[in-house]
Design a protein. Structure first.
Length: 411
């Protein structure tokens, strides 16, 4: 029987739901059934309920073990549907228009729930829910003896989680941009900024002060301001490093700063952030107003950059002679953690074999169980192997069903 972590706990992010599911080791021959769903939130709750209900019913009909027992199907529907509706209601209240849909994974054993009611089902089943901010244009579902990570991979592939640091001489701001949302995390006031510096200079510049008249006092004030600015920037970049190191999901950081602070900013960015974090940095010497900055346009540009990155990967893969397109070779390389990229259409169904410990095979081997669809098992293997999954552009309009690019070629 698959071992489930913390029954009844609902992950709150795409990454958490993937991590939870990959701590579960399905066994192809066991009786546990996995139902995988991705549903758009819809304009109204009534429309969402209608789509969710029909999707659950139609999905259950594709699994003989569930469909042949009407009580099982009804019990699952009566339990899952209210959970989906409640999750949608909570997410809409929290993030308003930003969330695009819900991803749900539901595991149950028909033999254990055929005689119980929906109110008793929670102790016998496992439901994992998460919201996605990437587009869910239509209903997607799968059912079988392994969860299907396709909607998770698609959400991860399209996710934007960037940081924007706006540095100014008087005050600086740090924002997090996640898909269509922006959130201010920190702000710092510079007590050695230009205005404070000028006030201090006015106080010190008096005719009786010979040191100022001779210039040495002025130089001292300038040195104090430079020292203060360094302390100001050191504080900012130390905090930014803490934020980036605590966020495994960060996709990048953009930094805006005045030209006259270029040397100090670029030094700290390199010595503190680059040296201690793998998050890509984009530095631009440009004065930006935090109040007027167009975060929506920034997110749109980041999304375009992500799409271009996928296009570049596809073009790179197509131009390599080591691009693997034979099914058994792709499965073997994936099983041995040798692929950097796996190209596959999520809706594809490929027959194959799975061992008791979840190893995948294209051909029959002793001790492995045949499955009508190896793709869910392939995606699980890809996640565990840190292989990047991209929808099947390179194999579109060809006879190729699945393809891969080995790590040694990609690197």
């Amino acid at each position: 029987m698959a071992q489930f972590p913390e029954p009844g706990k609902h992950p709150v992010s795409i990454d958490q739901i993937a991590d939870v599911l990959c701590r579960v080791t399905p066994t192809p021959a066991e009786s546990t059934i996995w139902m995988s769903l991705a549903l758009p939130f819809q304009r109204t709750e009534d429309l969402f309920v209608q789509h969710a209900k029909s999707t659950v019913q139609q999905t259950l009909r594709r699994q003989p073990e569930a469909e042949k027992n009407a009580n099982v199907a009804q019990t699952v529907l009566e339990y899952v549907l209210p959970e989906l509706v409640q999750w949608r209601e909570n997410q809409v209240a929290q993030v308003e228009e930003h969330a695009a849909g819900v991803i749900a994974y539901f595991a149950f054993d028909p033999a254990e729930i055929h005689h119980i009611s929906a109110s008793e089902i929670s102790e016998k089943t496992h439901l994992f829910l998460s919201s996605t901010y990437s587009p869910v244009h239509e209903v997607w579902s799968d059912i079988g003896h392994c969860y299907h990570l396709a909607p998770v991979f698609l959400a991860l592939q399209q996710r934007v989680r960037n940081y924007t640091l706006i540095i100014a001489e008087e005050e600086s701001f740090l924002y997090r941009l996640e898909n269509t949302r922006s959130e201010q995390l920190e702000n710092w006031e510079n007590k050695y900024g230009t205005e404070a510096h000028n006030r201090y200079r006015e106080q010190m510049t008096v005719t009786r002060d010979k040191s100022v008249t001779h210039g040495t006092g002025s130089e001292k004030i300038d040195r104090q301001q430079e020292s203060g600015n360094r302390l100001y920037l050191q504080t900012i970049f130390d905090r930014c490093l803490e934020v980036l190191q605590a966020d495994e999901l960060a996709t990048g950081m953009q930094i805006f700063y005045p030209v006259d602070m270029s040397d100090m900013v670029e030094t700290y960015a390199h010595d503190i952030l680059d040296a201690n974090s793998d998050v890509p940095l984009d530095l631009e010497a440009k004065v930006v107003s935090a109040e007027r900055y167009d975060f929506a346009a920034a997110v749109n540009e980041l999304e375009q950059q992500q799409r271009q990155a996928v296009t570049d990967i596809v073009a790179f893969a197509k131009n390599k002679k080591h691009f693997i397109t034979e099914k058994s070779a792709v499965v073997e390389a994936l099983r041995d953690h040798q692929l950097q990229y796996l190209f596959v259409f999520p809706e594809l169904s490929l027959p194959g074999y799975v061992s008791e410990d979840g190893l995948i095979f294209a051909e029959e081997v002793d001790g492995a169980t045949a499955t009508d669809n190896l793709v869910p098992w392939m995606l699980r293997t890809a996640y565990m192997a840190a292989t990047l999954v991209i929808s099947g552009e390179p194999v579109a309009d060809t006879d190729i069903e699945v393809a891969g690019l080995p790590r040694y070629v990609a690197e």
